[in-house]
Design a protein around this ligand. Structure first.
Ligand SMILES: [Zn+2]
Length: 76
């Protein structure tokens, strides 16, 4: 895939985390309630209770951008 910002070829890979990857409208501090606010459109897009939540994506080292793919909100 070509980077939509600079046109260079992007690297394929994965963004990984612990148990979840979430889309949130604001960066949140650690809270008692770790769940995203679904009423605002926030959602979990990768969940692995054993660790290893991951999303496939493309990286541009020149622009410092990562484009991720997700299949949809994960419901627990
Ligand atoms: Zn780029």
């Amino acid at each position: 895939m070509k980077c939509p910002f600079c046109g260079e070829e992007m690297e394929h890979g994965f963004v990984t985390s612990g148990v979840t990857l979430k889309w949130q409208l604001k960066k949140k501090k650690v809270t008692i309630n770790p769940y995203p606010d679904e009423k605002k459109g926030e959602f979990v897009f990768s969940y692995n209770p054993f660790g290893g939540a991951a999303a496939e994506g493309e990286l541009c080292r020149k622009c410092h951008k990562i484009i991720l793919s997700y299949e949809g909100p994960v419901t627990k």
